[in-house]
Design a protein around this ligand. Structure first.
Ligand code: BG6
Length: 473
């Protein structure tokens, strides 16, 4: 609905931005750190590796001072498990522990709340080699032990922890390279239980709030056909609810469980698993939003064919992608001609953000924190030594207005933490794919001076924060 006037952002709204350790820290083997699976994954040709990235490990003081200048109220970053317990399950590395104390203290010096992600795609490689990572139940215990170290060390200074970033993307895009769906969903179940246990232990060990951090988006049907509407509801269970219902209600969505059972990939759920899933009560829901999903129905037969074509050795990229985005008998993800796109084929859909906020609030009644959203472009450093990123300002303005509309709808929104505070290396498309308010002066392979340069959006966001979201011009 369209309102005549919009409510203001609440007092204490957490304005800030986000990052993740392996994408920005560099120093990949310094001070006792051992490799994570990210350090060991082959680099996409033509893109940079993870050795230096934005060099934030050495420049965090300068970066946090710039965030303070923008007026940040929070900074979301992740802790690298491989700095705290380098091999995943052995000795605690005091140098790594000290580093994050320094980062947290630097934030607090400027009254910036650290929002800490405990796991952002970077499993210790040693655990991958030892027992296949999340495919093993042992990973639950090792993750929880690592989290306990963080709660004990940082829990008296940190108010907000996030367990696992984008568990759903890791599962849906099979980032663990599992050979079968059975194994993929078993690993996913282990993450669910690990999150639940970490949530319970956080509440036992400190006063901080804790939340999951999946990537959530509302799902549009590709047409008004009844079957496409059913596909959208089913895909919502598969893409979103599987990762939130399990931690908030302690239950798998029912229809999806039956679907998994019939495909032979329902994981084993022990009575201890169920007990801890029921005992875990997240204090809020953090989520990343980049654009809504659009799906149409696909029959079991057609869906299986598409999956098979994608799996076949030698299948082209297109067949592979369709295969990846097809759930036989449920839905296939399609592009939406009515959704605006940035370069890099990423959606610009603020209405989808409002709808996603509403659905999450109406379903779970927990405060919400947007932990990612952002405009990706290959920014250009112009001859005047500046970056004129008016497209980013326009993108952020539209999404912030959508937040205001959602607040007017009644949603309890705690904060807005877009991706990313400063430029960092994208998951698979290098540093050329930039999202930050602060330009990091380097190219894909030429590290240059890594100087920090304030983009136009830096000044715009500063004004937005100063006015608590009122001045968006
Ligand atoms: C999210 C991730 O999926 O999207 C981030 O949590 C990632 O780690 C961001 O960087 C943007 O995606 P990409 O692929 O452009 O880096």
């Amino acid at each position: 609905m369209e309102y005549r006037s919009l409510k203001s952002f609440p007092e204490g709204f957490l304005w800030g931005a986000s990052s993740s350790a392996y994408q920005c820290e560099g120093a990949w083997d310094e001070d006792g750190k051992m490799p994570s699976v990210q350090d060991c994954t082959p680099i996409v040709p033509g893109t940079s590796d993870w050795k230096v990235t934005s060099d934030h490990y050495h420049r965090f003081r300068e970066d946090i001072a710039l965030m303070a200048e923008m007026g940040f109220k929070e900074f979301r970053f992740s802790i690298a498990w491989t700095r705290i317990i380098p091999d995943g399950d052995g000795e605690i590395n005091q140098k790594g522990v000290k580093h994050y104390h320094e980062v947290i203290d630097e934030c607090l010096k400027y009254n910036i709340e650290p929002v800490i992600t405990l796991y952002h795609f970077d499993l210790p490689q040693a655990l991958e080699e030892k027992y296949g990572g999340w495919a093993s139940r042992q990973c639950i215990e090792d993750f929880v032990r690592y989290c306990e170290v963080c709660f004990k060390e940082y829990g008296s200074k940190v108010k907000y922890f996030l367990t696992i970033n984008e568990q759903n993307m890791m599962t849906m895009y099979n980032m663990g390279n599992f050979k079968t769906d059975k194994e993929r969903f078993r690993a996913n179940h282990h993450m669910i239980v690990a999150m639940a246990k970490a949530t319970v232990r956080c509440h036992e060990l400190c006063k901080a709030w804790i939340a999951p951090a999946p990537n959530i988006s509302c799902v549009y049907p590709a047409s008004s056909a009844p079957l496409d509407n059913l596909a959208a509801a089913d895909y919502d269970q598969f893409r979103n609810r599987l990762y939130v219902d399990t931690i908030v209600f302690g239950e798998y969505p029912e229809a999806l469980s039956e679907y998994f059972r019939q495909r032979g990939c329902m994981p084993e759920i022990t009575s201890e698993d169920l007990a801890v899933m029921k005992a875990a009560h997240p204090d809020f829901i953090a989520f990343n939003y980049y654009g809504a999903a659009t799906v149409k129905f696909v029959s079991l037969e057609e869906g299986e064919k598409a999956k098979e074509a994608g799996r076949k050795e030698g299948a082209g990229k297109e067949e592979f992608m369709i295969g990846m985005q097809t759930e036989p008998g449920m839905a296939v993800s399609v592009s939406n001609p009515l959704q605006d796109m940035t370069s890099y084929n990423m959606a610009i859909d603020p209405v989808g953000l409002r709808l996603t906020l509403r659905q999450l609030w109406e379903r779970y009644r927990l405060p919400l924190l947007i932990t990612e959203n952002g405009c990706v472009v290959t920014d250009e450093l112009t001859a005047d030594g500046k970056v004129h990123d008016d497209y980013r300002i326009d993108y952020l303005r539209k999404h912030i207005i959508a937040c205001k509309e959602a607040i007017t709808d009644g949603v309890r929104l705690m904060g807005y933490s877009p991706w990313s505070a400063f430029d960092l290396v994208s998951t698979h498309q290098g540093i050329t794919k930039r999202y930050g308010f602060i330009y990091v002066n380097r190219d894909e392979f030429d590290l240059k001076d890594l100087a920090r340069i304030k983009k136009d959006s830096f000044y715009w966001y500063k004004k937005c924060i100063e006015s608590n979201g009122e001045d968006l011009e």
